[in-house]
Design a protein around this ligand. Structure first.
Ligand code: ADP
Length: 738
């Protein structure tokens, strides 16, 4: 018996099913990772159609071939549906095409259909090869050299309907497109006091409809998994009318294309329009977003996610036994994980089956807990005003910022005000951070005070880096008592955490400060403890990525290296993710620092690449990487040493990173995190507890960490958390160099 080869001979990569933005980044990552390991890669063009047709549709690819595809939407290698591949005969031809080229491993990037098809193919492989040998189409020796088909699946579909991963490639970009469209519609709808019905994609999965509604404060949403109950027609019209009565100028109803009522009848955008026109007696307009949702350049998150997925898909092919079951690469709780492909496909199809058979509760149970929670939170926001609650139950809760302004702060204040009012609390906004609290600059908020804040950048109630000293703490305690603040929600960054911790630390000295408190992470730097992600950083990343795209394009005619300095203080998160998401040649982080030896090696390596044909180079450096080897210094060094091979330019991206409207992800996280924080404060207030905590994402869950642990979780001298989960993916930068 011949020995089973321990590594795949050559890897084929294909994109299949509906296209999704970010697929190119995944293909690039597959090619670069395979090249890193010295393994040949073939790009299979036009999905399974190309695999069956063979010929020029299956082409060798080298590192240079994937240069510049990372930032492009769609899929550069094409996708198609193939009826031939659904037949055994078609798959036999596909197997022959692969064996002829020595390909015995596949990375399939597509939806559940594509992955299911790949798995059928994998199971049949040995049989198909035997048939090919018998028919004389391949030699027995060739069949022996490729006894198994190794398979890794990467989920690329905008629907986010795949089990085994929290996010699929393309979903975040689609959300960007939808949220941009809904924002634009809100402003025109407000000008005319008009109602819009907007249809978004999602046959069996309401993810896009639900999350875009949460991110834009839509009035109503219809999703396949949760048909409306009771006399929903009457309720919807009553809610929209009531919203108008308290000053809401626009209404947007979002309909998922697969929405149904309890009896399984489709709820269509046309039907909703007719209903609203008849009941409200006004013009209602329909917008069907259609294929716009698929297109456009991938978001920062999709580029990063696809890069991680493509890389791990290849690593998994190399690590597994050749006969090991196929795996799907996914993201669970911010970590790349693999799950058996068969189970993921089966669970995904089970949700669709339950929706079809009208077992909606069953379908919802199979959705993630965050999906269910988002449904619940959205229901509260859809109310036009808070329910009246007896005044004797009223608590007075303050919301305050600390640290630099970050996208998502206004979103959080809006959520806190409305969710607090909904519980019958008085919600007090503290203006200008802890300095404002010292000065008693506190104002009670009403439901409509925060209208429109869901999508606004900046921090309307003000924020700063004020850190109270002993005298200020005493004054703050007086103000907290004077305003009868029973609990405090601090939504901000590093300085906010420090200030809140100071208040908590002095609670025995100042009993007025012995109140429940939550610190919520909103800072672009992602440098606060007890969370893997902070709100605001996603918006900053998208801003960086958009700028780097422009910078790259500005240099097509010259040979140039850009040294791009991004924010982050002493935390390299923005540099790490944006570097990978833009295909940077080098990424410099404060966590590692930089030496003259690094710089020398890098400048000569870059010169080598330019001599071999490179035209643009990007180096991303965090502002706090090195006090001596600043971006300015690096640029001068590169300029001098680049000689006549390339020149160097510095770009400091600055404040565009913390301005701008929050991204869909930041809006959704700001809203759901605030909801959980309010629940925490409610539990404390109602039980007489006085706990203070930091809320954060940890392994995919929203968890609270005792605020007293703050000093143990940070490096105070360098301003970053002791544990930074993303550093585990740092090694990718060395693999992903074009
Ligand atoms: P998606 O991957 O987006 O769910 P489809 O369901 O349309 O898209 O599948 C894409 C292609 O995958 C199909 O055109 C077909 O070639 C292949 N495919 C899907 N299901 C199977 C299957 N059960 N057996 C073989 N091939 C399949």
């Amino acid at each position: 018996m011949s020995e089973v080869p321990s590594a795949p001979a050559s890897i084929g990569v294909l994109t299949s099913g509906g296209d999704a933005s970010g697929m190119n980044a995944a293909v690039r990552a597959v090619v670069l990772t395979a090249a890193f390991h010295g393994i040949e890669v073939y790009a299979v063009h036009e999905g399974y159609r190309g695999l069956v047709a063979g010929g020029d549709l299956i082409r060798r690819v080298q590192r240079g071939d994937v240069d510049g595809i990372l930032q492009r939407g769609g899929t550069a290698i094409g996708t198609a549906r193939s009826d031939k591949f659904r037949t055994r005969e078609g798959r036999r031809t596909a197997a022959r095409n692969m064996v002829e080229r020595g390909i015995d491993a596949l990375v399939v990037i597509g939806g559940d259909g594509s992955l299911a098809g790949a798995n059928v193919f994998r199971h049949e492989w040995t049989g198909l090869l035997a048939e090919l040998v018998e028919a004389g189409e391949i030699s027995a020796h060739a069949a022996q050299r490729h006894p198994f088909l190794r398979l890794s699946g990467v989920v690329g579909t905008i629907d986010n309907d795949m089990s085994g991963t929290d996010m699929t490639i393309g979903t975040d970009t689609a959300l960007h497109r939808i949220v941009d469209a809904l924002d634009a519609l809100q402003s025109t709808a407000a000008s005319h006091q008009r109602t819009f019905v907007v249809e978004v994609m999602g046959r069996n999965c309401g993810y896009l409809a639900l999350m875009s509604s949460l991110a834009t404060a839509a009035s109503w949403v219809f999703i396949p998994e949760q048909p409306p109950t009771g006399d929903w027609q009457k309720q919807m019209c009553a809610d929209i009318r009531a919203g108008r009565a308290i000053g809401r100028r626009h209404s947007v109803v979002v309909v998922s294309e697969g929405a149904r009522d309890r009896d399984g009848n489709p709820i269509t955008s046309d039907g909703v329009r007719t209903l609203l026109e008849d009941e409200l007696g006004e013009d209602v307009r329909i917008t069907v977003l259609g294929h716009v949702q698929r297109g456009g350049p991938p978001s920062a998150f999709d580029r990063y996610l696809a890069t991680l997925f493509g890389h791990h898909a290849v690593e998994r092919l190399l690590a597994d036994e050749p006969q090991a079951p196929a795996q799907v690469v996914g993201l669970q709780g911010n970590r790349v994980v693999c799950a058996p492909l068969v189970e993921c496909v089966q669970r995904t199809q089970a949700v669709a089956d339950r929706v079809k058979s009208q077992d909606y509760e069953g379908a919802m149970r199979l959705r993630s807990s965050s999906f269910r929670e988002s449904c619940r939170i959205l229901q509260t926001f859809q109310q036009h005003a808070a329910r009246p609650v007896p005044s004797d139950r009223q608590f007075r809760v303050g919301i305050i910022h600390g640290g630099g302004p970050a996208p998502g702060m206004n979103t959080a204040v809006r959520a806190a005000v409305r969710l607090g009012l909904d519980r019958g609390w008085a919600v007090m906004a503290v203006n200008n951070g802890f300095r404002g609290l010292r000065d008693g600059d506190v104002q009670e908020m009403s439901w409509m005070d925060v209208s429109g804040w869901v999508s606004e950048g900046g921090a309307d109630i003000g924020t700063n880096r004020f850190l109270p000293d002993a005298a200020a703490l005493a004054e703050i305690a007086e103000q907290v008592a004077a305003h009868r603040i029973d609990a405090l929600l601090m939504a901000g960054g590093w300085a906010g955490y420090r200030a809140a911790h100071e208040l908590h630390r002095h609670r025995q000295q100042h009993p007025a400060l012995d109140i429940p408190m939550v610190c919520m992470p909103i800072t672009i730097n992602n440098d606060v403890p007890a969370t893997e992600l902070s709100i605001g950083s996603d918006t900053a990343l998208n801003s960086i990525v958009a700028d780097v795209d422009k910078i790259r394009r500005s240099a097509v005619a010259t040979r140039r290296v850009f040294i791009i300095e991004v924010r982050g203080h002493d935390c390299g998160y923005l540099a790490h993710v944006s570097g990978l998401a833009t295909g940077a040649e080098r990424i410099y982080l404060p966590e590692e620092g930089i030496t003259l030896r690094d710089l020398t090696t890098d400048v000569y390596d870059l010169a080598e690449s330019f001599r071999a044909g490179k035209r643009v180079g990007v180096v991303v450096s965090c502002e706090g990487t090195d006090r001596i080897y600043t971006s300015d210094f690096i640029t001068s060094l590169f300029q001098k040493e680049g000689g006549d091979v390339f020149d160097a330019r510095e770009e400091v991206l600055g404040h565009t990173q913390d301005g701008g409207g929050p991204s869909p992800f930041d809006r959704i996280q700001a809203t759901t995190m605030t909801a959980r924080s309010i629940e925490f404060l409610a539990e404390q207030l109602e039980s007489g507890g006085r706990a203070a905590a930091m809320i954060g994402f940890q392994s995919g869950q929203l968890l609270f960490t005792d605020l007293t642990r703050y000093p143990d979780l940070v490096h105070e001298d360098v301003q970053r958390p002791v544990h930074q989960h993303w550093m585990q993916y740092r090694g990718l930068a060395g693999v992903m160099r074009d």
